[in-house]
Design a protein around this ligand. Structure first.
Ligand SMILES: Cc1cc2nc3c(=O)[nH]c(=O)nc-3n(C[C@H](O)[C@H](O)[C@H](O)COP(=O)(O)OP(=O)(O)OC[C@H]3O[C@@H](n4cnc5c(N)ncnc54)[C@H](O)[C@@H]3O)c2cc1C
Length: 383
C-alpha cells in the first residue's frame, strides 16, 4: 500500500468513525473500540511491521502522518493507535521466530492490539529507568513491580513491559523488555486514571505480582535494551505523540478559520474575518503549524533513512509540536469566543487533550535538555 493510500485510509477512518464518536469517547471516558476496530479492518494497525513480516512496512514518517490524520478528529484514539504502533515496532525490532508467530502475525492480520507499559510511579518521566524486578528462575522469568499510565490498559492483547536488567551488576539503563500476553497470571489492573483530557485512552496502572513467564518472552538480549531507547522506543514514541498533537493543532486552526468566517457583528455588519488584526493572527497561526509540520516530517524522514543527526530533529519536533499545539488551540479558543469556550465544543476537548503533549514522556523540558546535550557532544542521559 503506497503512502497516499495509507493516508487516505486513515483520513477516511478519522472522518467516518472517529469524528462522530470523539465527543462520547471524551465525555464517557470510553476506550475507542469502534475506531480501533476500523483501524484494524483497514490494516493500519500493521503500519510499523515490516512487509517481510506481513505488515505495511512504514517507519517514522508513516506513523507521524497517520497519527496526524487521527489526531485531527480524536486525540485519544490516535494515542491508543500510536502506543500500539510503538509497541509493535519494539516487538518487531528483534523478534524471534516464536514471537513473530505469536504476536506479529496476528498484529499484521488486524487481530491483535499491543501497548507499552514503561512508566513507573517511582521514576516518572524517566521511563528508561524502570524499577520492575526481573529474575531468571528455573529457565523462566519472574517479574514484580508497578507500572502506571498504561494506554490501552485492559483492552490490548499484549503489553511490552520494561524491567531492570536481571544482571545485578548491569549499569543503570541496561534494562530489559518482555512481552506479556493479556491475562497472564499475576497481572492486576488498577482503576482508570482520570485525566483532565485524553479521557478515552484507558490509561491504567498495572501491578505485576510475581508474574512468571517463559524465557521466550524476552525481547532482544537480556540487559541490552538501552539500545531500544534511542533506536526504537523514543523515535517511535516521539513521532506518534508529535503527529497526534500536530493533528489537534491543525484541527484547532480550522475551527478558528470557520468561526471568524461565520461570525458577524450586528453593529458593524462586519465579519471577524474582515478585521486586520484577526487576519494577521490567522496568518501567524498558519505559519506556526506549517513550520512545525515541516520540522516533524523532515526529522521523521531523516530517522527513517538512518541519518546520524536524526535524533536531534526528533527531540525538537515533539517539543515544538507541544508548544505549537498548546498555543494554537489556546488562540483558536480566543478567536472562537463563547462558542469555543462552551462545554461540549470541539475546542473544549482539544484544550484539555493538548496539555498532555508537554507531559507525556519524554517531556518538553527533557527533550530541550537532550537536544542541547547532543548538540554539545555530551551523553544524552545525564541522570
Ligand atoms: C495521556 C497519557 C498517556 C500515557 N501513556 C503511556 C503509555 O502508554 N505507556 C507508558 O509507559 N507511559 C505512558 N504515559 C506516561 C508518560 O509518558 C509519563 O511518563 C508520565 O506522565 C510522567 O509522569 P510523572 O507525573 O511521574 O512525571 P514526573 O517524573 O513527576 O515529571 C514532572 C515534570 O518534571 C519535569 N522533569 C522531571 N525530571 C526532569 C529532568 N531531569 N529534567 C528536566 N525536567 C524534568 C518534566 O517537565 C516533567 O513533565 C502516559 C501519560 C499520559 C498523560
Amino acid at each position: 500500500m503506497d503512502l497516499d493510500t495509507v493516508i487516505s485510509r486513515a483520513r477516511q477512518v478519522a472522518v467516518e468513525v472517529l469524528r462522530p464518536e470523539a465527543r462520547s469517547v471524551d465525555e464517557e471516558r470510553e476506550w475507542p473500540e469502534s475506531g480501533i476496530r476500523a483501524l484494524q479492518d483497514t490494516r493500519l494497525t500493521a503500519l510499523t511491521i515490516a512487509k517481510s513480516q506481513g505488515g505495511l512496512g512504514y517507519g517514522l514518517l508513516g506513523l507521524a502522518r497517520v497519527c496526524e490524520e487521527l489526531g485531527r478528529e480524536c486525540a485519544s484514539t490516535s494515542i491508543c493507535f500510536g502506543m500500539h504502533s510503538v509497541g509493535a515496532a519494539v516487538i518487531a525490532a528483534k523478534a524471534t521466530s516464536t514471537q513473530r508467530e505469536e504476536f506479529l502475525r496476528s498484529i499484521a492480520e488486524g487481530k491483535h492490539i499491543t501497548s507499552l507499559a514503561l512508566s513507573e510511579p517511582g521514576t516518572g518521566t524517566h521511563f528508561y529507568y524502570p524499577q520492575t524486578k526481573l529474575s531468571v528462575e528455573n529457565g523462566g522469568l519472574r517479574l514484580s513491580g508497578t507500572k502506571c499510565f498504561v494506554t490501552n490498559g485492559g483492552h490490548a492483547s499484549s503489553y511490552v513491559v520494561s524491567t531492570v536488567s536481571a544482571d545485578p551488576d548491569a549499569p543503570p539503563g541496561h534494562f530489559s523488555c518482555v512481552v506479556l500476553p493479556a491475562g497472564t497470571e499475576g497481572m492486576q489492573w488498577g482503576s482508570q486514571w482520570l485525566g483532565m483530557g485524553m479521557r478515552g485512552n484507558s490509561s491504567r496502572s498495572l501491578e505485576l505480582n510475581d508474574v512468571r513467564i517463559p524465557a521466550e518472552s524476552l525481547l532482544g538480549q537480556e540487559g541490552d535494551q538501552i539500545w531500544y531507547v534511542f533506536n526504537v522506543i523514543t523515535p517511535y514514541f516521539l513521532v506518534a505523540m508529535a503527529g497526534t498533537y500536530l493533528g489537534v493543532a491543525g484541527a484547532a486552526l480550522d475551527e478558528a478559520r470557520k468561526n471568524v468566517k461565520q461570525r458577524r457583528h450586528d453593529h458593524s455588519g462586519a465579519l471577524l474575518a474582515d478585521n486586520q488584526i484577526i487576519q494577521h493572527r490567522m496568518g501567524t497561526l498558519w505559519a506556526n503549524v506549517a513550520r512545525t509540520r515541516a520540522l516533524l516530517y523532515r526529522a521523521a524522514s531523516r530517522g527513517d533513512s538512518g541519518n546520524s543527526d536524526a535524533l536531534l530533529g526528533l527531540f525538537s519536533a515533539k517539543a515544538e509540536v507541544a508548544e505549537c499545539a498548546v498555543d494554537v488551540v489556546g488562540q483558536a479558543m480566543a478567536l472562537s469566543g463563547g462558542r469555543g469556550y462552551r462545554g461540549g465544543s470541539g475546542l473544549h476537548r482539544m484544550l484539555r487533550d493538548v496539555q498532555a503533549s508537554h507531559i507525556m514522556a519524554p517531556s518538553t523540558d527533557t527533550l530541550r535538555s537532550w537536544t542541547g546535550r547532543a548538540l554539545l557532544g555530551l551523553p544524552i542521559l545525564s541522570d
